[in-house]
Design a protein around this ligand. Structure first.
Ligand code: SDX
Length: 422
């Protein structure tokens, strides 16, 4: 038995063989034998748009690995900046590499004063912070004239460091603006997660010291959200990047995709859903409305995971550490009841719908005091590392511009009619 498939074109009776390589068949072979016949695959549910060595998912087994390292081990023993290095460079850093990386990131956390004063503070008072982030990331491309030198390795490295370093600063600036609080400058004495919490919550104290348990929880959440293979926002990054746009413009497109409630907006939707349910007594009624198609169980289901999202398991465990400091989030009881009912209900079992990364993350963020509309922003901060790793991989592969085909089902040619003839 050869690793291949045979296809017969019944219009000509010809049969041809296409090899199976790394779990896929190449479209080039297909086009050689069947020119002009396209795969129809809305949502790209069964299409591999690239080869990638960054993240591995096994949806049936609930496995997630970054560059071969299981997510459980990274969440247990690593830091977000170390994981960002791993995703971008492909290997874990040694001590010198790590300290140089951390030093580089730490010294690029500042944003140009005009980004804050003229851009962020130019938004309407009630602007959604994710809308502000999408715009601010795009605006960064106008502050760095070397951003377009995407084939210069030194320039690429500089933009990558800038974006990883500045995402928390932009995120915190958007939050502080929407709360009418003064902007807080980065504190280079603090670690990456601790500095983010300082920029978010510092008021009058000379130095803001976050609770170490909350700092660690933020670092673990950043690790869990850093990458996830060819998800919607990463596909946006690769698509825009394939046109050779600068990394800031490509990342802004990815941010915009992540803003959607089906993707990064889901943890915001989960907390709103739990709040609307309001009590454990209403859970069964809500589940019934989901099964009747009236609404969706936010935070459940996944295109790839047909098993428990491994990240959800880790987040559920991290919740205990956070609640020990902040007090238990009362919505947790509703979430646990929803999970219990859904995992024992044929509707969800038959569709292989399990909690995903978003089902519990929002509860932790809310308990830590983050406003609900900051949740997609908290997702974007670490996901920038994954987007940039894929962007680099795309450029190093010298991939073609992303330009899919279509099956045209519109009207045949017809003659233009003047207004009085219509
Ligand atoms: C993320 O891709 C990634 O990796 C994303 C992500 C990442 O790290 O980047 O993991 C992060 O985005 C997680 C997903 C967050 N979104 C949500 O939690 C929103 C709620 N979930 C969905 O809307 C849905 O499950 C998706 C969008 C996540 C996946 O959609 P699919 O794979 O296109 O599945 P589908 O819509 O085709 O659903 C299959 C069936 C359908 O029923 P039938 O039409 O067959 O009867 O399952 C049903 C759907 O109606 N279904 C749900 C459901 N999700 C799917 N029914 C109720 N509640 C849900 N949440």
């Amino acid at each position: 038995m050869s690793e291949s498939i045979s296809i017969t074109d019944n219009r000509t009776g010809k049969t041809f063989e296409v090899p199976i390589k790394d779990g896929g068949i190449s479209s080039e072979q297909w086009q050689k034998y069947l020119p002009g016949i396209w795969f129809y695959d809305p949502g790209l549910t069964t299409t591999a748009m690239t080869e990638s060595a960054i993240t591995y998912l096994d949806g049936d087994a609930g496995v997630l690995r970054y560059r071969g390292y299981p997510i459980e081990q990274l969440a247990e023993s690593s830091t977000y900046l170390e994981v960002a290095y791993l995703l971008i460079k492909g290997e874990l850093p040694n001590k010198d590499q790590y300290s140089a990386w951390v030093d580089d990131i730490t010294h690029h956390t500042f944003i140009h004063e005009n980004v804050r004063k003229r851009f962020i503070e130019g938004f309407h008072y009630d602007a959604h912070p994710m809308g502000m982030l999408v715009s601010a990331v795009a605006a960064l491309s106008t502050f760095y004239s070397d951003a377009k030198d995407i084939f210069d390795p030194a320039s690429r490295e500089k933009q990558i460091v800038r974006l990883i370093a500045k995402m928390p600063t932009l995120a915190a600036a958007a939050h502080r603006f929407s709360m009418g609080m003064p902007f807080v400058y980065p504190d280079n004495e603090l670690t990456f997660p601790a500095n983010f919490l300082s920029m978010m919550w510092k008021v009058a104290e000379p130095h803001y010291k976050a609770n170490p348990a909350l700092v660690r929880a933020v670092d673990v959440l950043f690790i869990l959200h850093a990458d996830h293979e060819q998800n919607c926002s990463t596909t946006a990054m690769r698509t825009v990047g394939s046109a050779l746009a600068d990394p800031y413009s490509s990342a802004a497109a990815a941010c915009a995709a992540l803003y959607g409630p089906r993707h990064g907006g889901a943890n915001e939707a989960v907390v709103r859903m739990l709040t609307d349910i309001g009590s454990i007594d209403n859970v069964q009624g809500f589940i019934t409305s989901v099964k009747e198609g009236k609404t969706r169980l936010q935070g459940f289901g996944h295109r790839v995971y047909k098993n428990y999202d491994p990240r959800a398991k880790i987040i559920k465990a991290a919740a205990d550490d956070v609640f020990a400091v902040t007090g238990r989030n009362p919505l947790l009881d509703i979430a646990l009841k929803l999970e219990e009912v859904a995992l024992n209900d044929e509707y969800f079992v038959s569709r292989r719908l399990y909690p995903n990364v978003d089902f519990y993350s929002g509860l932790i963020y809310q308990a830590m005091g983050f406003p609900v509309d900051m949740f997609p922003v908290l997702f974007a901060i670490p996901r920038i590392s994954g987007w940039l790793a894929h962007w680099l991989e795309l450029l190093n592969h010298e991939g073609k511009i992303v330009r899919p085909r279509q099956l045209y089902v519109g009207p045949e040619e017809r003659k233009y009619l003047s207004m009085d003839q219509r």
